[in-house]
Design a protein around this ligand. Structure first.
Ligand code: DQA
Length: 137
């Protein structure tokens, strides 16, 4: 069975409640249920943390044994050299995902420190961005 790890970064535990006009009304747990039911032949693991080091630990833990990582690093996308180094250090392909179209928002969201070391980037399709990343992997 192919194994994929979804990793969500800071503030994404509030999906469904946080700025619904930008991020929608669905919690990630509800979306995950649908995603798993749609792809029963994949093992889809999920992890969320607001702490940068814990996201790095999860990348290290899964990055040598999973078939791919789907990473929404939240605001750390725009700031974290340490996350970039972690992605570069592991073997599994990492797809960078964003729910919103970061290029249509504030200027600082256009800069990603992780894109260059990811396999690809998917942004702007709401929660569907995660499914598109899964299909890409
Ligand atoms: C986000 C976009 C980031 O700029 C922001 O900091 C987030 C969520 C998205 O999924 O659209 O927390 O990664």
């Amino acid at each position: 069975m192919r194994k994929f790890q979804i990793i969500n970064g800071p503030n994404l535990n509030l999906l469904g409640k946080r700025e619904p006009a930008v991020y929608g009304h669905t919690s990630f747990e509800d979306y995950l249920e649908v995603l798993r039911a749609t792809y029963p032949s994949f093992k889809i693991d999920y992890y969320q943390s607001n702490a940068e080091g814990e996201l790095i630990d999860k990348i290290h833990e899964t990055g040598f044994s999973y078939d791919g990582i789907i990473l929404n690093a939240g605001a750390y996308t725009h700031t974290s050299v340490a996350l970039r180094d972690a992605i570069q250090a592991v073997e599994a392909p990492v797809v960078e995902v964003h729910i919103s179209n970061v290029h249509a928002r504030e200027e600082f969201r256009r800069c990603s420190l992780i894109s260059a070391v990811c396999k690809g980037v998917i942004a702007g399709f709401g929660l569907k961005s995660y499914e598109l990343a899964l299909l890409a992997l």
